[in-house]
Every structure is written in C-alpha cells, then in structure tokens.
Design a protein around this ligand. Structure first.
Ligand SMILES: [Zn+2]
Length: 330
C-alpha cells in the first residue's frame, strides 16, 4: 500500500470510538492501516482477512493474517507440494480416486461409478448410490486401506471402442457407457487395479496401490452432485478425499485447514455480531449490524470530507443485492 495513503490526514486523525475489548475487532475497526486496506482500497490487502484453502495448501506462511495469528501456538512450517510441483502427488491422488471407487463397490455392490478426478488438495469421485453417512465413509476408508495394503498393480490396457462397449455392458455401468461415448479418440485406455476392478482412464497413476501411504489419505466429506452438473439428471453422491505423500503433510494440511476455519470471516463476523447472513436475503449476502453501520457512515463521511478531489483515490458505487425481488416490496 502506498505510503502517501498511510500518511494522509485521514489516518492520523483520532477516531473517538470505544476501546474494543476483543483484539480481532481492534484489527478490523480501529487500526488505521487496516481501515485503509479494508475499507478504502479493497485491492491488495483485502484477502488477508480470510485464509483461503489454496493459500493454506500452497504456502502455509501466507495462510493466515499475521496480526490474527499472534495468539496462535507456533507451528512448524511444512511446505506442502501441489499437483503442479509434484507429479508423484498427482499420481497418488488420481490413483486414490480409483481405489476409493473400487472400495465403494466392494462395500456397496449396487453403487454405479461415474467420474473421479484429482483436485487441488486431493480427489473426489461421484457415485450413483443411496445417501452416504460419515459411518459409511469410515467403512469405505477401511476398505481402501485394505486395497492399499494388498499392493495391487495398476495395469494399463488399450482396447477398441467395441471391446470397451462390450466390457461396460457386461458390468452394467450406464454412466461409464456415457463417458465412453464422449471419448472421441481411439484406442480406449483402461486401467486395472489387480485383476478385479477397472476404470476408463487416461492416467497417470502410481505403479501399485502400495505406493499410496494410507496414513496420508483421509475421506473428508460427502455431498450431493448432479450428474454432469445438470439438475435434470440424477443426483449422485460425491465423496471428497484428501491425499498427500506423507502423514506429516496430511497433518500439516489438516492443521492449516482447521486454522483457516477458525479465522473464517463468515463465522467470525457473525460471532462478533458485526454482520448476519440471512437465508431470506440470500446465502452469501451479509447484513451489517447497526454498530458497524455507524462506523461505516463515519468513514464514508470522513472520506467525503478529507480525501481531496482529484487525488489517486476515487469513490465507487456498489449495488445492493438481494435474492428475491419481493423482499423490497414491503
Ligand atoms: Zn485414472
């Protein structure tokens, strides 16, 4: 942030606001430098108030606002690899998706498989299956651990389109058939796990399931997801997992994820009674508490009076959104 802004008269004037008892509200409301970055010029420092999962995973040192981290216990720094920085990690995550799908079909033989890519911190896979619970996830993870422990090889096979169709028909996997139709090139590649489960896939994977450290894998959550993201298509169950090269990396990721949750401005703001989020207004729309509205009005008033016209800072207008038109009709 430019030093000229820091020394602007606005920020040396004494705001006669009550002393905050909570250190977090101090940072939000009274630190002039914070006001500068938070209110006036939302650009570079705005995101420091929320620790996004991506920041957590790629660079723990930027995971949390340093001012907010003062009270946190010291944490040993672990620089986590990413899918881009570690091909090994990417292969582990991709293989985990298949291992999980195999495990799901062992635990729930009627489940139909769809797709399962690697993602930023792990992997997911969508299944056509009854609603799953946390208890089900535990069973699935246990089965995954068994598959990993058996050190089964991942074997690539190339087949013709006709052969792939025949094999998919034989195991009655309608979603897989649809995926096959969307693959335009031949040959079709199949990956086997041992000789008891296979999936359509282009790779890459680890050589054997034993290359996955089962203590570095965790199933995180399950959520509904429409097939192909289309509300007119069946609702599937998406299981999210996280996977790392080592247990140490997993623990570091879980720690930073927990810290990010603790600092989540959506929760903090409501806990501190700074704003509320009301379903009637819309899930992502915050309604400022009256005490915050007072501060905002003071700041707006000061900005209007003290920032010289023609300076590098310009006022902007913003829209007030609401999800339902009829809320404005009272
Ligand atoms: Zn694969």
């Amino acid at each position: 942030m430019a030093s000229s802004a820091t020394h602007h008269p606005l920020f040396t004037s004494s705001l006669k606001l009550p002393s905050p008892t909570n250190p977090i509200s101090k940072h939000y409301l009274l630190n002039p430098k914070k006001l500068q970055s938070f209110y006036l010029f939302k650009k570079p420092h705005f995101h420091r108030f929320s620790a996004s999962p991506s920041a957590v995973a790629t660079d723990p040192s930027t995971a949390v606002d340093k001012n907010l981290a003062e009270d946190a216990p010291p944490v040993e720094k672990v620089v986590l690899p990413t899918n881009e920085s570690s091909n090994k990690l990417l292969r582990i995550r991709h293989t985990c998706a298949h291992v999980m799908a195999m495990a799901v079909q062992k635990v729930f033989p009627d489940a139909k498989v769809t797709i399962g890519p690697w993602i930023e911190h792990g992997f997911y896979y969508d299944f056509d299956i009854e609603s799953l619970t946390d208890k089900d996830l535990k069973k699935i993870k246990k089965e995954m651990d068994r598959i990993i422990g058996r050190n089964l090889p991942l074997v690539r096979e190339e087949v013709t389109r006709d052969e792939a169709q025949k094999r998919i028909a034989a195991i009655n996997e309608p979603y897989k058939m649809e995926i096959l139709e969307s693959i335009k090139t031949e040959p079709i590649t199949i990956y086997h796990i041992g000789n008891e489960w296979w999936d359509l896939c282009a790779g890459p994977h680890v050589e054997t399931t034993g290359n996955i450290n089962r203590r570095a894998v965790q199933l995180e959550s399950v959520a509904g997801a429409y097939w192909r993201g289309d509300v007119n298509k069946p609702m599937l169950q998406r299981i999210y997992g996280t996977a790392w090269e080592t247990e140490e990396q997993l623990n570091a990721y879980l720690h930073f994820k927990e810290e990010a949750k603790r600092r989540d401005h959506r929760r903090l703001g409501q806990d501190l009674d700074l704003f509320s989020i009301q379903d009637d207004a819309g899930g992502g729309l915050s309604v400022l508490a009256s005490k915050v509205a007072v501060v905002r009005n003071i700041i707006e008033d000061l900005v209007e009076k003290r920032i010289p016209r023609g300076s590098r800072y310009e006022s902007i207008l913003y829209s007030t959104l609401c999800k339902a038109k009829d809320l404005w009709e009272y």
